[in-house]
Structure formats: structure tokens, C-alpha cells
Ligand binder design. Sequence first.
Ligand SMILES: [Zn+2]
Length: 56
Amino acid sequence: MAKSSRILLALSCKVCKKQNYITVKSKINSQEALALLKFCNKCKKVTDHKEKKKLD
Ligand SMILES: [Zn+2]
């Protein structure tokens, strides 16, 4: 079996919906949705970013 427990995620700004970051997380370790404070280039400020699944 290949080590395919890591999944790619996009972090998108909750305010403008822009995808600002790409991250990888382990399926096993984190079941909950990520919510992070990150700087958004479009909003020009730190905003809530939420993970968005299915990134191909
Ligand atoms: Zn934004």
C-alpha cells in the first residue's frame, strides 16, 4: 500500500473566498476542518481561512 494518507487542501478566505494557501494534512490525524487566521492578499488583512477539499 502506498503512503497516500496525506491529502491536499486549499485554504480559502472566508471573506472573499479566494484560495490563498495550499496545505497538506493527514487524513488520520485531523478529521475536523481547519480554520486558520491567515493574511489575505485580496482583503489586505488577516482573515479567517477555511479548508476547502478536493483540490486536483
Ligand atoms: Zn480575502
